[in-house]
Write a protein that binds this ligand. Structure first.
Ligand code: 2HA
Ligand code: ZN
Length: 273
């Protein structure tokens, strides 16, 4: 089967388009990774032409010998659906989890996303907790970024404030949101800090930069990013109207919601203000 005919590739391209249409991917902003199932690799591997091995820049032994569909470094989400072979690639990770090689895509040259260390380290943490996790998504979500200039850079505060802005939020991200202070993007250091928080959350904010989301499939991961960003938009609107809430959802109301919706909401987020 041609790579572009495979369902997982179509789903990946649609998600890139959806993110572009949300306005989260100016220029070459953002990146997306999908950990390909072995049966999906079998479907398309007749098209693979392995290139040179390259260092990942970190070590991900739990992802050894796996294949990933990834956006290219410097490539534009806007172009993914128009020229996918130029914008995305499939990579294979070696048997130690130290190197990768491109086996398909990026036909005009280039390399996988500059955030590959973060994508793979986050993916490794998630896979070890739940082997169904397959998608890591980084987007420049406007309202979340704006809030990192106004709220304390504390995951407890971001979680609680975003939960209060839309009733579905605690149900969609009950394990809360982590926050990484501003750091230089693109390397191992920020990847290590992000993946530590990914052990506890499915959403991690990069202050003054954007957000990472992890999930089992494209719908869940896009939906998670979208829900958090929508809630951030409501908070930005609310703060633009007046600095204080006249009324909101209380800790006891969250506890009631948790019971009826059968989710566990950690008490650390239900503090008295
Ligand atoms: O340019 O978003 O974080 C891609 C990025 C880097
Ligand atoms: Zn970025």
């Amino acid at each position: 089967m041609k790579v572009l005919d495979a369902e997982f590739v179509k789903g990946f391209i649609r998600m890139a388009d959806d993110g572009w249409n949300q306005g989260w991917h100016e220029r070459n902003g953002g990146n997306l990774t999908y950990r390909i199932k072995s049966e999906e690799v079998e479907l398309v591997k007749e098209n693979f032409e392995p290139k040179q091995w390259q260092a990942i820049g970190t070590t991900v032994p739990a992802l050894a010998n796996e294949y990933f569909l990834v956006t290219g470094s410097g490539k534009y989400f806007r172009n993914v659906s128009i020229k996918p072979e130029d914008s995305i690639c499939i990579i294979e990770v070696d048997d130690k989890g130290e190197n990768y090689r491109i086996v398909w895509g990026l036909v005009n040259g280039g390399s996988p996303t500059s955030e590959l260390p973060s994508h793979l380290m986050n993916m490794e943490v998630k896979k070890l907790q739940n082997p169904n996790y397959r998608v890591i998504y980084h987007a420049h979500t406007t309202n979340i970024i704006a809030l990192t200039f106004v709220l304390p850079l504390d995951g407890k505060v971001f979680t609680r404030e975003l939960w209060e802005m839309a009733t579905e939020c605690p149900v969609v991200f009950p394990s809360g949101i982590g926050v990484v202070d501003w750091m230089v993007p693109g390397g191992r250091e920020i990847a290590v800090e992000t993946s530590k928080l990914m052990a506890k959350h499915d959403l991690v904010i990069w202050a003054h930069h954007g957000m990472f989301a992890a999930g089992e499939d494209f719908d869940l991961t896009f939906g998670l990013m979208h829900t958090a960003e929508k809630s951030a938009e409501i908070l930005v609107k609310m703060l633009s109207m007046q600095p204080n809430k006249r009324q909101t959802i209380t800790p006891d109301e969250f506890r009631h919601l948790a019971k009826d919706f059968n989710v566990e909401l950690p008490e650390e987020y239900l503090y008295e203000k």
